[in-house]
Design a protein around this ligand. Structure first.
Ligand SMILES: NC(=O)c1ccc[n+]([C@@H]2O[C@H](COP(=O)([O-])OP(=O)(O)OC[C@H]3O[C@@H](n4cnc5c(N)ncnc54)[C@H](O)[C@@H]3O)[C@@H](O)[C@H]2O)c1
Length: 248
């Protein structure tokens, strides 16, 4: 799968699967535009890709701020001339990220606002903004990242579960319907536990382990490639069988 002369824009590019995607796409010849709110980490991850011989820029951006999202798109197009692939990877469970574990009814609402804004509005804003460029180009692929939590629900990370369901189904399907008129495909990759953090090893799967980040990134790359030209509007679970585990 060569991505030579393709430009890949990746949110959440300073960490985890977002950064690894950037590294892997760059190794396959792509221009990479890394986006993240964490500017310090973002700059050093971009430097890492450059030092490996890849082509990359970074654009510090808060995915919750539409004006910043528009600026990020414009900067990537200015640098590379197109955006061929968008990966909406920025996200996280609000309870873990903001360290709030109150009961649902006692949770400060700004914790849930964060969860909805980063995990749902962020991919929505980026897709809206980048789709405009893809329509102009008459081509593109958008890969959203869901979570098995969007399928299972969660009594504490309620915003995370709600947002991920929205991304996996409403957003991915709607964008695919719209995008089909413009040669733009849209898919969602929905992981179970992934070892971007050690704690994920505790989450059970049928296969008995969590995924290596590369296993998910390989799948993202397949879906973003021309080999997946007939795939759009679908949610693809990669969870080691977690969702079909017998419940006791
Ligand atoms: N790791 C897992 O087990 C797992 C499982 C299922 C789904 N996911 C999803 O996969 C995606 C990547 O997960 P990961 O573990 O690789 O991520 P990660 O936690 O390593 O990185 C997430 C990145 O998003 C960035 N971010 C947070 N808020 C932002 C904002 N407002 N604007 C811009 N960037 C922001 C963070 O700075 C961070 O660099 C996420 O959407 C996550 O929900 C992960």
């Amino acid at each position: 799968m060569s991505f030579k002369n393709k430009t890949v824009m990746i949110t959440g590019g300073a960490s985890g699967m977002g950064f690894l995607s950037g590294q892997c796409f760059a190794k396959e010849g792509a221009n990479v535009a890394l986006v993240d709110i964490d500017e310090k980490n973002l700059a050093s991850k971009c430097e890492e890709i450059l030092s490996e011989g890849g082509k990359a820029i970074y654009i510090a951006t808060d995915v919750r701020d539409y004006q910043q999202v528009v600026r990020a798109r414009d900067r990537a197009v200015e640098e590379f001339g197109s955006i061929d692939i968008l990966i909406n990877s920025a996200g996280g469970n609000e309870c873990r990220v903001l360290n709030h574990y109150e009961d649902f009814v006692d949770m400060p609402i700004d914790v849930y606002d964060w969860g909805l804004d980063v995990n749902l509005k962020g991919p929505f804003y980026f897709s809206h903004t980048v789709m405009k460029q893809m329509v102009k180009q008459k081509s593109g692929v958008i890969i959203n990242i869901g979570s098995v939590t969007g399928e299972e629900g969660s009594s504490s990370g309620v915003a995370y579960a709600t947002a991920k369901s929205g991304v996996m189904y409403g957003l991915t399907k709607s964008l695919a319907i719209y995008g089909s008129r413009h040669n733009v495909r849209v898919c969602c990759v929905t992981p179970g536990p992934v070892l971007t953090r050690e704690a994920m090893a505790k989450m059970k799967t049928l296969i008995g382990r969590a995924a290596a980040p590369k296993e998910v990134v390989d799948f993202i790359m397949y879906l973003a490639s021309d080999k997946a030209a007939f795939i759009t509007g679908t949610n693809h679970v990669i969870d080691g069988g977690r969702l079909i585990m017998p419940r006791s």
